[in-house]
Ligand binder design. Sequence first.
Ligand code: 13P
Ligand code: SF4
Length: 347
Amino acid sequence: MNVDQIFEELSAKLGRWMPESEIRKKAELAFRINQLKKERNAVILGHNYMEPALFHSIPDFTGDSLELARLAAQTDKDIIVFCGVKFMAETAKILNPQKTVLLPALNAGCSLAESITAEDVRNLKRKFPDVPVVTYVNTYADVKAESDVCCTSGNAAKVVESLKNDTIIFLPDEYLARNVARQTGKHIIFPSKSKGWPEAPTDKLLDYQFIGWHGRCEVHELFTVGDVEDAREKYPGVVVMAHPECSPEVTQAADFAGSTSAMIKFVQENKAPSYLLLTEGSMADNIAGLYPEKNILRIKGHRCPHMQQITLEDTLLALQKNQFVIDVEESVRLRAKRAVQRMIEIV
Ligand code: 13P
Ligand code: SF4
């Protein structure tokens, strides 16, 4: 596609709210990135939270964490440019180590990944020996390496059910753990900073069933039941959708909870005229671009400061300068791969 064609496509999706001069600038950048992508035999994977002009122009594939991990594992290109955050780029490297994996901004982190260390997991395993550890993919490679199996928001319940264990250590997202515990009918306990871990004699473990951690997504923890109630009052008939990183009170008040791609699919397949999205702000913009006939409400512009780091400008630089290369130490990678691979095989 030449610049004019990219401009036309972007205008159709974003023209209602983005000035023409801005769209032209983005189209020029996207054109240069697409050229370089071909020259360097690269694939661009874009998470659903990418800003709209990027989301609708340069990725060869867009998707949620699970879909992008699968695509990263399968690609035959030399370079994977990950337009997402660091733990996602690391997962790509864990699964496909022969490829060069580039993350356009090194400071694209995640509050959940920052909330737990490999040493924390080792301590838990010492405290609760023989209890399997499930970790959300929103963790760094060394934490995955200490885990038995990973999960994403799209498959967490299936992963838990596949284990057939009465007690599971589920890390590090407190809200995802609470949501999955409710879905799978389990009790949950958490460490207490002041009192330390509750004593858990082996014969009582069955009562605990889920052992959680106090990690939170700094974006999804902002949504409240009040947001849902306000929207229902102002927009009768609105379909409320929440990511499972929201609190269980919020997901229970919503009509649907699911991964980012599950939410997109839900909007695509449903006939309701209006939807409220309780998730990262750009995704509502991206869905609005995809389905202009639907009214996509975003009551608060909560943006992920990490996802926001990834821009068209930095993606161009990433391909020009081969930056920033994501590497995972081989012994860590091999152990982390077991947990990620096991997840991919379950679903
Ligand atoms: P998904 O796996 O649903 O895309 O979620 C990733 C994420 O970081 C949500 O905040
Ligand atoms: Fe992490 Fe939350 Fe950002 Fe997702 S939205 S990358 S969970 S901080």
